[in-house]
Each structure stands twice: as structure tokens, then as C-alpha cells.
Design a protein around this ligand. Sequence first.
Ligand code: AMP
Length: 284
Amino acid sequence: MIHIESLAALRAVVRDAVASRQAVRFVPTMGALHDGHAALIRAARADGGLVLVSVFVNPTQFGPNEDFARYPRTPGADAALATKAGADALWAPLVEDVYPAGPSARLSAGALGAVWEGAFRPGHFDGVATVVAKLLVASGADVLYLGEKDYQQTVVVRRLIRDLLLTTEVRVVPTVREPDGLALSSRNRYLSADDRRAAAAISRGLRACAKLAADGERRADALLVHLQDVIGGEPRVTVQYAGIADPDTLEPVTLLNAPARALVAAYVGATRLIDNILLVPPTP
Ligand code: AMP
């Protein structure tokens, strides 16, 4: 696996791939790689071409009181995991390479970035949109691999690509979970042993909600009460928001007449986790 830092080195690798007619398959991450990231890399590997993984903890997507400074950074382990999962190149740019003029030009994620996560993390998706656009332009990615774990991010990025007239294709990879259902996340390592056990209540609640929907409950408020009840059975977990959204517009759904997305953010101790699940009502 090739290690890349500078933009010049990135461009040379991409130029070689294009010259040999290889598609550039791009997996952007913030590092602290785990098996969820590995699933994205493996999906890219299976599709063939040049598998490019980036590790960049993007400062502009963190709020002033968020965990940017203490976000886990594990470069040695990241390289090992990326290699094992089948990456050809690992690009770890410096902040000054991605923001050469400082944090100036900034994209807006618009209304899609203002709801759900965006309501509690103002500016977060503007930072995501900005960095994804920069990384796509710099890498010339043909295909972008995103995790379903960050569902709203997939919706925001798809819209961004369309808005900017980019031609990058998006592939969304299903969420990788621990055996008890907890979605893998770089932030799970912040959890104490008790919090780690309690955190499984989030996915338990989502699964219970999906089952109720599959069994025919169409009222979003009833589905959400059930979700909150199951998660609320675990006192260490505090729900910040729980909602049911249209899968494309992210608008709140009141009656489940079509598949929708249940979205949750919750604190487990001081750690904020997000998760989501697809709700599919029975066909009439
Ligand atoms: P991050 O490093 O958290 O910015 O995540 C980088 C990419 O990995 C994003 O597209 C995430 O959605 C994806 N990802 C993170 N956790 C998981 C997971 N448990 N399963 C699948 N994809 C994930």
C-alpha cells in the first residue's frame, strides 16, 4: 500500500490509475479505523480499480465544543487495517493542504444539513459538504463509498454531488455492528465498560421500532414511543433526538405509507452516538 501525504503525490497516483484505465474508488474517513471502515474498503476492493482511502480529521465539521482535539488518531493501526482490507493507497493530508488559504470558502449543505443531526450540530454538514467537495475534486474519484451508519450524511453528499454537477457515483455500505447490535464507531472507544453495555439499547430500540413497523404500525408517533420506551429502559442512555424521516427529503413522516428511516442520536454517559434503521411497512 502506498502512503500519500502531499497533493502532488496524490495527483501522481491518480494520474497513473487513469492512465491504466483504473477507476478511482474513494473511501474518505477520519481514521481510528474499525471494521465498519474495513467494510467500505472491502466493497471498493471487490469493485476493482484503485482503492484510495483518506484519513483526515476535518476541523470544519466539528463544533467549538465538540471532540476535534481529542478525536482518536491511530495512524499505525489505520495503515495496517487499510492494507489488510485491500486499500492500494492511504492519503493522509495535512490540514494546511486541505485548507491552504485557511478556513475560507465554505459550502452550505442547505436545508438537508439543517435538520436532525444538523439541528444539534449547527454547521456540521456545511463542514462535511466542504471537505467532501475538496476531497472529490482533489482525488478525481469515480466512485465514493459511504457508510449507511451516517445516513443523513449519505443524503447530504448525494445532493452535493448533484448540485455541483460532479459525476462521482455513490455506493452506500450497510452498517457494521457488534454482536449485541451496537454500530461500530470510532467514538465507541470513549465508552466505559458500563456505558458500552448500555449503548446496545440504541440499536435494540431501533430494531424494536422496525419490527413494530413491519408488523403494521404506521403511526410515527406510536413507533417513536416504542423506540423511546426500549431505549429508555437503559438509564445510562439519554436520547437527544429520535425521528422518522423520508429517506430522500429527510422530512418528518407522520404516517408510514412507504419505507422510511428512523434516526436516533443519544448520549451514553458523555459520549454522543448516532444510529438509524430502515422501516418498511407491510404491503397492503
Ligand atoms: P468516519 O471515519 O466516522 O468519518 O467514517 C468514515 C466512513 O465510514 C463514513 O462513510 C461512515 O459512514 C463509515 N462508517 C463508520 N462507521 C461505520 C459502520 N459501523 N458501518 C459502516 N460504515 C461505517
